[in-house]
Design a protein around this ligand. Structure first.
Ligand code: TYD
Length: 138
C-alpha cells in the first residue's frame, strides 16, 4: 500500500460489557475488525524509556490495543505524523498497510496486544526509514 495515508488509520471503539465484578471487551472477525485476524501477539515487560516498532509493513493490517496500562503510537506516512495515546482496553488503533509506526512511553506493566491480518512474514517488513520513503516514492 504505497499510497496509504495516516488519515486511513482510526481509533475503533470495541464493544464492552461492564459489570461490577469486572469488564469484558470483544473483538470479533467481520464485526469489530476491518480484516480477518490471522495472528495475535503481545508486547509486555517493555523497559521504561524503550521504543518498539520503528518499521512499516507492506501488506499487513493491524489493530493495536492497550489491554493494560498505556503507551503512545506514532504513525507516519512519510508526509504526515499522527500520535495516538492508547490507554483504554476497549479502544483499538486500526493501522492500515504501508504506515511507519513507533511505540513509545510504555507505562510500567503495560501490555500491547496486536491483532494482525497475516501470519508472520519477515519479508513484509520495511525496517529502514530511507527504504520506506523510497517505497512510498517520496
Ligand atoms: P518485531 O516485529 O521486530 O518487534 P518490534 O518492531 O516491536 O521491535 O519482532 C521482534 C522479533 O520477534 C523479531 O525478531 C521476530 C519475532 N516475531 C516473530 O517471530 N513472530 C511474530 O509474529 C512477531 C510479531 C515477531
Amino acid at each position: 500500500m504505497k499510497k496509504s495515508s495516516v488519515y486511513a488509520c482510526t481509533m475503533i471503539e470495541l464493544s464492552k460489557h461492564h459489570r461490577p465484578q469486572g469488564n469484558i471487551s470483544v473483538v470479533e472477525n467481520n464485526k469489530d475488525v476491518p480484516f480477518e485476524v490471522k495472528r495475535a501477539y503481545y508486547l509486555y515487560d517493555v523497559p521504561g524509556g524503550e521504543s518498539r516498532g520503528g518499521h512499516a509493513h507492506k501488506a499487513l493490517s493491524q489493530l493495536i490495543i492497550a489491554v493494560s496500562g498505556s503507551f503512545s503510537v506514532t504513525l507516519d506516512d512519510g508526509k504526515v505524523k499522527r500520535t495516538f495515546m492508547l490507554n483504554r482496553p476497549y479502544q483499538a488503533l486500526y493501522v492500515v498497510p504501508g504506515i511507519w509506526r513507533t511505540l513509545d512511553d510504555f507505562s510500567s506493566g503495560s501490555v500491547c496486544l496486536v491483532l494482525a491480518s497475516e501470519k508472520y512474514d519477515a519479508e513484509d517488513y520495511i525496517r529502514d526509514y530511507e527504504d520506506y520513503l523510497n517505497y512510498k516514492n517520496l
